[in-house]
Design a protein. Structure first.
Length: 431
């Protein structure tokens, strides 16, 4: 059995894709099994060979005590018998699923697949993708037949970037397999590293669906909060104060308004919507939630411009500071950051003087992705300040800090409502 062969280190487990999902999985498995970590980016591989996480999520000690080699050479994957594919599943410019990374990884595995091998997908996809899109590619490239010659499974990732409490080994894992034997063997492999245990889904499609509705549910709930924020803004009441009051009821769901970016909540609902439409159903709630959340960055920028005008300041000459550019607090990841929507909307008004700072983001990555450089240090005063991301470095900043970088009647945009004490100090606004 594959589990026993891995446990005795007779066989090798390979992880394909060593990003914020794949690397932690590879390192945890490497505490129990012999592992090959594969990534097409040789520069990232070189860093990992030096015990450096390119995603800046893991410390060097996470690499200690592991039986792992890092490589960008697909030939070395021939030695493996159990493959875990953990590559990104993004959307394209039309908000449609981009399966290119997933299919490319599947091709890499398909070319080295042997009889008796297992392939497990962790990448978030729409229900049916593993069996309808990936398995045929594995079969055609290998000349093998599913379940007769090789097995497939799906075990969705549940890693929360920046969360040091709900880490990989602390979160109950969903597993599934292409037949009863595969389901059990895959579950046993993951049981070696997952402390709370395994939920064995009845099928691969059920496992795929379970993952994609986790993030879709959050997206819809946050969209409701953002819509409430728009309504309450017109009423002249603070949304966070309303939620604080409503939250005193024991069964009130504590979601909050905000920017919804990143590579999970801001992406996964589009996969489910795409699949629903392919089946002839137009998902109104899912699409409405996406529309609201995708619009909120532009909405914040418009509110800023209105308040600048109301403060009798010249919009085009206004100098603006945006604090935070990553997709969420306390992470370095800038992919699909909705802070960029605020920046681009302000630029569309002809505003040229926009400084952006972030203690976690890499300025080279920001320039490569979005075309502007981060400001190294603040040495000026601003007509408007936008605290867009609630990094821990910003949490304890007080009035005396902002007073030094503010002009007369500065507009203060507190996106996440983390500075309620500043409401009477500045020309204040929050979601």
């Amino acid at each position: 059995m594959i589990h026993n062969a891995l446990k005795s280190k007779q066989n090798t487990l390979a992880v394909i894709g060593l990003g914020y999902v794949g690397l932690p999985i590879a390192l945890e498995f490497a505490k129990k099994f012999k592992v090959s970590g594969f990534d097409i980016n040789s520069e990232r591989v070189a860093l990992m060979q030096q015990s450096i996480d390119p995603s800046k999520e893991l410390e060097a000690q996470a690499f200690c005590g592991t039986d792992i080699i890092f490589t960008s050479n697909p030939e070395l994957l021939k030695e493996a018998t159990f493959y875990v594919i953990a590559v990104p599943t993004p959307i394209n410019n039309h908000n449609l699923p981009d399966l290119q990374p997933l299919l490319a990884a599947t091709q890499t595995v398909g070319k080295v697949l042997k009889k008796g091998d297992y392939v497990v997908y962790e990448s978030t996809v729409y229900p049916g993708c593993t069996e309808e899109d990936c398995v045929p590619l594995l079969e055609s490239l290998s000349g093998l037949k599913l379940n007769r010659d090789f097995k497939v499974g799906f075990s969705p990732e549940r890693i929360n970037p920046g969360d040091t409490i709900h880490t990989l080994t602390k979160i109950l894992k969903i597993t599934s397999g292409s037949d009863a034997e595969a389901a059990e063997e895959i579950a046993k492999v993951y049981e070696e590293i997952i402390e709370p245990g395994i939920h064995r889904a009845s099928s691969i499609k059920v496992a795929e669906a379970a993952k994609i509705i986790e993030n879709t549910q959050r997206d819809i709930n946050i969209a409701f909060m953002n819509e409430l924020s728009i309504i309450f803004n017109r009423m002249g009441i603070n949304t966070f104060e309303v939620l604080e009051a409503a939250g005193t009821k024991w069964n009130f769901l504590k979601f909050f308004p905000g920017l919804v970016g990143g590579h999970c909540i801001g992406v996964d609902p589009y996969y489910l919507s795409y699949k629903a439409k392919s089946l002839g159903y137009h998902p109104q709630m899912i699409d409405s939630g996406r529309f609201i959340n995708d619009s909120i960055g532009g909405y914040i920028a418009k509110q800023l411009v209105k308040k600048v005008i109301a403060a009798d300041k010249a919009v085009k000459k206004a100098k603006i500071l945006i604090m935070g550019v990553t997709f969420k607090e306390d992470v370095a990841d800038i992919r699909n950051s909705k802070v960029i929507d605020i920046y681009n909307e302000l630029r569309s008004y002809g505003i040229q003087q926009i400084d952006v700072i972030d203690p976690h983001a890499d300025t080279k990555e920001v320039y490569h992705e979005y075309g502007f450089n981060l400001t190294n240090s603040i040495d000026s005063t601003y007509d408007a300040i936008v605290v867009a991301v609630s990094h821990k470095e910003y949490a304890n900043l007080d009035y005396s800090y902002f007073e030094k970088i503010a002009t007369n009647n500065t507009v203060f945009i507190d996106v996440k409502g983390i500075y309620p004490t500043l409401k009477d100090k500045f020309n204040y606004w929050s979601l």
